[in-house]
Design a protein around this ligand. Structure first.
Ligand code: PXP
Length: 239
């Protein structure tokens, strides 16, 4: 079974556009779980332009499913995750000023750094995952960091999928099989949506979890949050 983790950053972005508390981030976290998602993802950035560090602390006691916190591991981020202890931390290599994640880690170049961070996470009982491109070399070096999972960056898949699904999926299937052969568990995320998700889920063996934010929250404008989550869950029924 592939788990759906809903990234609720966009709820916070909308709230921040006006100040105040509409829409309410805690309510969204509670509702995505009530409506069937198996996890909640947040991605606090250093400038707190989406979800704030204080949001993460506030929602933590209400997460009854799997809590996944993504981010670049600056000291403040590590202090936060070691304090709130989510189930999983997904390390992303984003510089502070980027709009959204746009590549995976260079796991060869940053191996020593990642190893230290991952050790701290594992010692705290948090499952580490690192964001990587579907690149065998990067997956090979990911193993040496001590990570348990990798999250495949799916933007390139989403970009090519509308013209050529077979071509779009090819390197992901190879990357997934390779990761599995090395004992890594597998997540995926970025630009997955109602059109491209089912094909990805059917073709990629051994997928544990997808984390989806932008498209899902946007679809909820039209279909409602409860209905939208059910629609995404149906896309993930592949057995
Ligand atoms: N995975 C990671 C590591 C991300 O940084 C993001 C975006 O915050 C996502 C998944 C979700 O991407 P999207 O918002 O396009 O669904």
């Amino acid at each position: 079974m592939i788990h759906l983790s809903v990234n609720i950053n966009k709820i916070a972005t909308l709230r921040n556009a006006r100040g105040g508390d509409i829409p309410n981030v805690l309510e969204a976290a509670i509702n995505v779980q009530k409506f069937g998602a198996q996890g909640v993802t947040v991605h606090p950035r250093p400038d707190e332009r989406h979800i704030r560090y204080s949001d993460v602390r506030e929602i933590r006691p209400y997460i009854t499913t799997e809590f996944n916190i993504e981010g670049y591991p600056i000291d403040r981020f590590m202090d936060l995750v070691l304090e709130v202890k989510p189930h999983q931390v997904t390390l992303v290599p984003d510089p502070p000023d980027v709009l959204t994640s746009n590549t995976g880690w260079d796991t060869k170049k940053h191996k020593k750094f990642l190893r230290e961070i991952i050790e701290a996470l594992r010692n705290a009982g948090i499952r580490p995952s690192i964001f990587v491109n579907p690149d065998k070399e990067m997956i090979k070096h990911a193993v040496d960091t001590g990570t348990v999972r990798v999250e495949l960056y799916t933007e390139p898949y989403a970009r090519v999928y509308p013209q050529n699904p077979q071509e779009a999926i090819k390197i992901y299937v190879e990357a997934a099989q390779y990761a599995r052969s090395l004992g890594l568990e597998l997540n995926a995320g970025h630009d997955l949506n109602l059109h491209n998700l089912n094909y990805f889920a059917r073709k990629i063996p051994y997928l544990s979890e997808v984390s989806i934010g932008h498209a899902l929250i946007s679809d909820a404008l039209y279909y409602g949050l409860e209905n939208t989550i059910q629609m995404y869950l149906r896309q993930l029924e592949v057995d």
